[in-house]
Design a binder for this molecule. Sequence first.
Ligand SMILES: *[C@@H]1O[C@H](CO)[C@@H](O)[C@H](O)[C@H]1NC(C)=O
Ligand SMILES: *[C@@H]1O[C@H](CO)[C@@H](O)[C@H](O)[C@H]1NC(C)=O
Ligand SMILES: *[C@@H]1O[C@H](CO)[C@@H](O)[C@H](O)[C@H]1NC(C)=O
Length: 182
Amino acid sequence: MFKLLAVFVVLYGINAQIIVPRKCPDLGVQEDFVLDRFAGLWYEQEKYPVNWEENGSCITHEYTKISDREINVHIEQLYGTTGVIRIIEGSARLDGKIDEAKFTVNLPVGPVSPYWVLGVDYEDVAVVWSCVQLNETAAAESAWILGREKQVDAAVLEKAYNIFDRENISRAELVKTIQDNC
Ligand SMILES: *[C@@H]1O[C@H](CO)[C@@H](O)[C@H](O)[C@H]1NC(C)=O
Ligand SMILES: *[C@@H]1O[C@H](CO)[C@@H](O)[C@H](O)[C@H]1NC(C)=O
Ligand SMILES: *[C@@H]1O[C@H](CO)[C@@H](O)[C@H](O)[C@H]1NC(C)=O
């Protein structure tokens, strides 16, 4: 029983996530979302800490269209100082209309979760957000700022921060993803 619990904690990393004492909020997402333009390679800039990215650097998220409403999600990271590349592969599917930026994601590192694109300009930056209701009073929240380049300009990051502010979600938990020597 204890062993099973330990495995659960490692896999789902509840302890290493941002737990917020509230119901998952119904945030605004990118209007007129175009999946084709969102697809492709993104370099992770900043994120809320999540256990399966601990000690990961050079993290990329690549989305490849599978159908009108489904993408393959391929996340790659350099793991610690070992030189090992860790690959996480799954898929995400649009929940509703094909221009509504709300996916459900299925990754081997966690439960099936919402995966919402709060904002994306397609050329420079995207903000992806996820929230899992743990119980009546607590939610585990994840957020990623993704850039089209390894190191984006401050002005580009500012665009992403404005999306956090627009939705009144905290930026205090954001940590930088190392994209040096990749
Ligand atoms: C991350 O690195 C620290 C320091 O080397 C280590 O203690 C910790 O176990 C590592 N975590 C993971 C998930 O590899
Ligand atoms: C809800 O989950 C949080 C985080 O795991 C925990 O701290 C809290 O005690 C839980 N509350 C209830 C009512 O179970
Ligand atoms: C913004 O979020 C904070 C903290 O979650 C909350 O206290 C505040 O009421 C929110 N403000 C608005 C305008 O929703």
